[in-house]
Structure formats: C-alpha cells, structure tokens
Design a protein around this ligand. Structure first.
Ligand code: ADP
Ligand code: MG
Length: 296
C-alpha cells in the first residue's frame, strides 16, 4: 500500500531532521505566507561567548568578581546568554558560589542571592532604568551594542556593577534560509527579538532581514504575530526560547529549534527541528506544499 501524501511528507521531513507532530501540522506548514524569526538561538547559533567583562567606573568589583557573581546567578538558567556567562567563568577557573532564590523573567534576565548579595543579570535598559542617573550604563551598553554584541548588565545589591559583552554568530545557513523563505512566501521574514535594536539590526542585515522588531517581551512577540494574523496572514514562527512560547502558540504554525531549545518551546511548537539546521524550515514548507498538491 502507498502512504497518504501528508504521511510520507512527515517521514520525509523526518529524514531532513524535522519532527512534525501531526498530519494536520504537515498540511498547515504549506499554508504559511509570512515568517517571523527569533534572533538568539534561532537566527544565531545560540552558542554565544563572553567577549568583554567591564566593571563600571567606581565599582569595587574586579573583572573576576563581577564575572563570578554573574555566573553564580545565571547557573540555574537555561538561556543561551546564561550558558555563555557560566562557560566564561569556568574557562577562567572561577569558583562559583551557590545561588539562592533564583528567579528568571523571560526577555529580561535573572535574579538570585549569591553569597548574601542580591544579584540581577539582564537587559541593561530593563534593569537600570532608575539606577543609571549619570548614563554610565547606557554609554557602556551602547559601545558594546554598536558592534552587534549583546550587552548584559550586572546589578549587585541594587547598584549597577558592570557589563558583560556577549557575541553570537549568525548560523551558517541563516542567509540562505532567509532567501529561501522569501522566495516561498514572496516577502522577507521579520525578526522578533528581546535583544537591543542595535545588535539586532546588525545581525539581521547580515542575514538579509530589514524588518526588525527589538526590545520585545514575550507578550510583545505574541502581539506582533497576532497583528499579522489579524491582517489575514498565516504566520510561521520559528523560535527556541521560553520567551518565544506565546508567539509559537499564537502562530498559524510554530516551529522550535530542538537542540538547545527550551522544553516549553518544544512542547508549544507544532514541529521541532531536531538536527539544528535552520535551512530545514523552508525545506519542510516546500515538502508540505508538494504533499498538499497530491491530496485530492
Ligand atoms: P531573543 O528574543 O533574541 O531570543 P530573549 O528575549 O531571550 O532574546 O532575551 C532578550 C534580552 O533579555 C537579552 O538580550 C538579554 O539582554 C536579556 N536576558 C534574558 N534572559 C537573560 C539571562 N538569562 N541572562 C542575561 N540576560 C538575559
Ligand atoms: Mg531565542
């Protein structure tokens, strides 16, 4: 017996490293006419490295102390930036004290108590609003962001202590994937990111994306998708983080990056890229379209 086209398309997608969760999803993938991509871990490799450790002028902390406190607070987090911070501390042989009272806010950062000190690590604009009277945080962050790096602020006992610069690379297949998706839908994908506009625009341009929405919280990503959907578009969302889950749920079809994706993203998505190749997304859309033409 021959397999129905949508089922053999699912098997075919599997050979390309994509787990499509149902025949209904396999069918919906071919209906999409707009694409929204997450940045960190989706358009980029998601294995960012700490490139700069900068205590703020007047901070009593050394570079090593600053990095150790940040890494201790980040250790329980599954965010790619958190892993970069912990790796940098380990590479330098730093001892990481245990963190208590860990909490994370998707799209913002983390907080924890480390050696009796309250440590917050995250987006400078969100953590320093009240505490950057002289603009030192904003200047240091802007300097890092101009070159496409993500600036992360470390706040200790309520006072900004320093910044970390974190550099991530575009996936090798990012530009080809953007081009293929543009051909399939007739329009370039949009980039939805919680990161700062400077770093986002820098990376997006390299990948061939000009429509960049930055500084978004998880609910803002979802709202951007809903806006496209209510304008009649069928939106394909590709993401990896906890912060992408609401957008993945709101999408016509949600696809999660599987290798380093958060559990919530994998559960919420309709399909999962298991082999970590972004280019499998347009391939799977094309497989769906072919199968749909065979379904009578
Ligand atoms: P993206 O949308 O690009 O995947 P996120 O929404 O996950 O990015 O994060 C947005 C911003 O929030 C980051 O650029 C960073 O400034 C901050 N942030 C989020 N989680 C963390 C974390 N665990 N450590 C440090 N910063 C974080
Ligand atoms: Mg992400």
């Amino acid at each position: 017996a021959t397999m129905p086209p949508l089922l053999s398309a699912i098997a075919n997608a599997g050979r390309h490293g994509v787990l499509v969760k149902s025949a209904v999803v396999m069918e919906r993938l071919g209906q999409v006419d707009a694409v929204a991509l997450d940045k960190t871990g989706t358009l980029t490799e998601g294995s960012p490295r700490v490139s700069d450790v900068r205590p703020l002028p007047g901070s009593p902390l050394s570079e090593r102390e600053l990095l150790a406190l940040a890494a201790a607070a980040e250790r329980p987090s599954e965010h790619p930036l958190a892993r970069a911070v912990v790796d940098a501390a380990r590479t330098r042989g730093l001892d990481l004290p245990d963190a208590r009272d860990f909490a994370s806010a998707p799209g913002v950062g983390v907080t924890a108590v480390v050696s009796g000190r309250e440590v917050a690590v995250g987006a400078p604009a969100r953590l320093s609003a009240d505490a950057d009277a002289d603009g030192a945080v904003a200047r240091s962050a802007a300097d890092l962001e101009e070159s496409g790096r993500t600036a992360v602020l470390v706040v200790v006992d309520g006072a900004p202590a320093g910044l970390l610069g974190i550099a991530d690379r575009l996936r090798p297949d990012a530009a080809a994937t953007v081009a293929a998706l543009t051909t399939l839908t007739g329009e370039a994908p949009v980039l939805l990111t919680g990161d700062n506009p400077r770093a986002a625009a820098h990376l997006a341009a390299e990948a061939g994306i000009t429509d960049v929405r930055a500084g978004l919280l998880p609910q803002d990503k979802m709202a951007a998708v809903q806006e496209l959907e209510s304008a009649g578009r069928r939106v394909l969302v590709v993401g990896d983080g906890v912060n992408d889950a609401p957008a993945l749920a709101a999408a016509h079809t949600g696809v999660a990056m599987g290798r380093a994706g958060s559990d919530l993203a994998l559960e919420t998505a309709d399909a999962v890229i298991v082999r970590d190749e972004l280019a499998a997304v347009p391939t799977t859309v094309a497989l769906s379209r072919r199968a749909r033409r065979l379904v009578v």
